[in-house]
Design a binder for this molecule. Sequence first.
Ligand SMILES: NC(=O)c1ccc[n+]([C@@H]2O[C@H](COP(=O)([O-])OP(=O)(O)OC[C@H]3O[C@@H](n4cnc5c(N)ncnc54)[C@H](OP(=O)(O)O)[C@@H]3O)[C@@H](O)[C@H]2O)c1
Length: 261
Amino acid sequence: MTARTSQEGVRLSDGVSIPLIGFGTWQLDGDDAYNGARAALDIGYRHIDTATAYDNEDKVGAAVRDSGIGRQDVFITTKCPPGNAGREAQTLDASLKALGVDFVDLWLVHWPPNGEARPETWKAFIEALERGKTRAIGVSNYSIAQIDELIAATDQAPAINQIPWNPFAFDGREVAELRSRQVVLEGYSPLKRSDLGNPVLAEIAAVHGKTPAQVILRWHVEHGFVVLPRSQRRERIEENFDIFDFQLAPEELRRLDALGA
Ligand SMILES: NC(=O)c1ccc[n+]([C@@H]2O[C@H](COP(=O)([O-])OP(=O)(O)OC[C@H]3O[C@@H](n4cnc5c(N)ncnc54)[C@H](OP(=O)(O)O)[C@@H]3O)[C@@H](O)[C@H]2O)c1
């Protein structure tokens, strides 16, 4: 897949389209969350990633409202903390209230509760989907074996697995395993966990007149991986979205993939 426009999305198994690039909000508190999300929406992002645990859903919701962009035009993800297993419905209701919305676009199990797949939690997620409180459901930080446990118990695969991801963590087997189950790979911490000074990255960035961070983000979207960069600086929020005017050659993609070997 080669994303050519900033609004290009990936179709999730249940027919919902998720924009390939989303604004991450972990560790953005108070004004930083509000200002970051406002800047991102102003620049063109139409996808924001938050979580109950980030304690900023109210700021993200206010930013979406104040942006003047229609609710249906912004993709909002939030996540249920593992410690709230057993209280899933109440947790989602609290998220909707904090965000000030009637539904979210994607709701994730943030971590396997107590390190376990927990089909009971997944059943509560399916119920929330059926009740229209979220347009899609998925997981985060799940192993393939844990995903298989959920599928075996409910016959419904998560639409997404949100996991740490970047070229240095690239694992073709993981990609194939997720694809074969129609689970979209959503990468988190794309920049923080990367070596931005790596010479291969620097060389490819120089060829395109881009920064190493932009090459990493472009690598994600060309592979069809959803990616969630976070910054509290407007210029970087802008830089991280300015990745739709260049294309990586197949050989460059292969060299970047090989960083994960
Ligand atoms: N599901 C999970 O368990 C989980 C875990 C972690 C993250 N996430 C999600 O994924 C999002 C992104 O991950 P993350 O916040 O861990 O890390 P990240 O986006 O990989 O990195 C953020 C760091 O990179 C810096 N940065 C941003 N743009 C840059 C650029 N163009 N060049 C150089 N440095 C840059 C930021 O500093 P400045 O702010 O100073 O620019 C910040 O220190 C989170 O915000 C969250 O939404 C999910």
